[in-house]
Design a protein around this ligand. Structure first.
Ligand SMILES: Nc1ncnc2c1ncn2[C@@H]1O[C@H](COP(=O)(O)OP(=O)(O)O)[C@@H](O)[C@H]1O
Ligand SMILES: [Mg+2]
Length: 439
């Protein structure tokens, strides 16, 4: 479909769609789109083409895609000012952090800044700290890359390195997220960028979120913080960050809010992308270091066979596997098997350790990350099986390099790469409950 839009207007395209600028002059998030260049807009994403000089577009629309035309530019004037101000600061490297609620325009603002900086020929890196809606790395990771060419969707960039958190919401472990961002920030700075743009997650409301965001900014220690807000959502965070150079920018009114389901399905596109061409690989547990899973970490520990015999006697059965850590004993039993509470208690009395009963197959579907010996992130995978007899783990992953560490996440995926909801926890605070709605 061909469509001509007059100068001074904006064409809004909601994906899935693809657009070619045939003639005229149009800009997408600061990127002057060359004629004939095809731009793909994913489902759940909206791309504004600000028309500077009457332009004709060739548009292909997918299912549920939409096109709209509005007067003026949907890029707020505060974005233009922010970018000018950023270019006026002489310090290099210059670290700029972007804060804002979910769907406030953080990713789009980063894209806009990057494109404007690239026009001035600066060396630009993006560090993406949004675990739940990651643009650069797989979901549940913090990742960075250097941007060489203008972009309309950061999702198309190839990550340089990543830090696997293993969950979609920062509240699961604030310190892990902060550590990931600081570690990667330092790694980027070693590579001499002129500008580093740091994006963050959208958890900004409530006491816990405010305290987390203040800590995050303090630890990353940027030269400037851009706060995207509609009204004054970020006021409590701003109060805690007075010593920083802060710039408030507007959240565009043309933003397309996404439902929690839409956000999840956008995230699932991320799993699909990063598990493309995956195969099942088998790893002997003695060859690799497993992190964040006590059972797997304990499999290779020394065993006390005399005690194990006694445990089997007390249980009245031989489990598939027994392993012992400093203060716990893991008992792995078959899928349909049960252990009675009384005998577990007896084993606890005998061993003075906490007994954890695991059913074979429970591990299935866990999202995990694979790293090499230099702690370079190689990719993600899904745990398919632990073979306790052979002491191997089977992982579905596109990674073919030599793996030295596997970090197991808290998210589980089914065979179709859809997230399996975690069992609901009790005693979660109000703040946290409201926040969980965001992911
Ligand atoms: N200035 C704008 N004009 C039109 N659409 C926009 C604009 N800024 C953002 N959007 C769209 O709104 C949606 C949400 O923006 P996004 O940058 O992804 O938010 P966040 O990263 O804060 O969740 C995206 O589909 C994006 O393309
Ligand atoms: Mg985003």
């Amino acid at each position: 479909m061909k469509r001509t839009v007059e100068s001074g207007k904006t064409l809004l395209v909601d994906g899935p769609a693809s657009v070619i600028v045939v003639s005229g002059d149009a800009e997408a998030f600061g990127f002057k789109v060359p004629h004939g260049h095809r731009i793909v807009i994913r489902e759940g994403k909206r791309l504004p083409f600000v028309v500077e000089e009457t332009a004709t577009f060739d548009i292909s629309l997918g299912e549920n895609a939409e096109v709209d035309e509005v007067d003026g530019s949907t890029i707020p004037s505060s974005w233009v000012n922010a970018q000018e101000e950023l270019l006026n600061i002489q310090k290099r490297p210059m670290v700029a952090m972007v804060l804002g609620a979910v769907d406030s325009g953080k990713t789009s603002f980063c894209t806009y800044l990057i494109n404007k900086l690239l026009r001035e020929k600066w060396k630009v890196a993006i560090l993406d700290g949004d675990l739940g809606q990651s643009d650069i790395g797989p979901p549940c990771t913090i990742a960075y890359t250097f941007v060489m060419k203008p972009v309309t969707d950061l999702f198309n960039l190839k990550m340089k390195n990543a830090f696997f958190a293993g969950f979609t919401s920062p509240s699961v472990s604030i310190s892990k997220v902060i550590n990931g961002l600081v570690t990667l920030k330092n790694e980027v700075l070693e590579q001499n960028p002129d500008f580093l743009i740091v994006n963050t997650d959208g958890w900004v409301e409530g006491k816990e979120a405010v305290s987390y965001k203040v800590q995050l900014v303090e630890k990353v220690n940027p030269d400037v913080v851009f706060c995207i807000q509609q009204k004054d959502e970020l006021a409590p965070i701003l109060e805690g960050l007075e010593r920083f150079r802060m710039l408030i920018v507007e959240s565009p009114s043309a933003i397309r809010q996404r439902s929690r389901e839409k956000r999840r399905s956008l995230r699932e596109l991320g799993y699909v992308k990063h598990l493309k061409n995956a195969k099942v690989r088998s790893f002997p547990l003695s060859w690799i270091k497993v992190e964040e899973n006590e059972l797997l970490e304990a499999v290779e520990n020394r065993r006390n066979f005399r005690q194990e015999r006694k445990i089997c006697e007390l249980l009245g059965m031989k489990p598939l596997h027994l392993s012992e850590s400093q203060n716990k004993i893991y008992i792995v039993i078959g899928k349909g098997k049960w252990l009675d509470w009384g005998s577990i208690q007896k084993v606890e009395e005998l061993t003075k350790k906490k007994i954890i009963v695991v059913r074979k197959g429970e591990e299935q579907g866990s999202l995990l990350a694979l790293y090499n010996g230099k702690r370079k992130f190689l990719g993600i995978g899904i745990l398919r099986e632990i073979d306790y007899r052979r002491k191997t783990m089977k992982i579905y992953t596109p990674v073919s390099d030599k793996v030295s560490t596997v970090s197991v996440g808290k998210v589980k995926l089914d065979k179709n790469l859809k997230e399996i909801p975690l069992p609901t926890e009790e005693n979660v605070s109000e703040d946290f409950r409201a926040f969980k709605e965001l992911f």
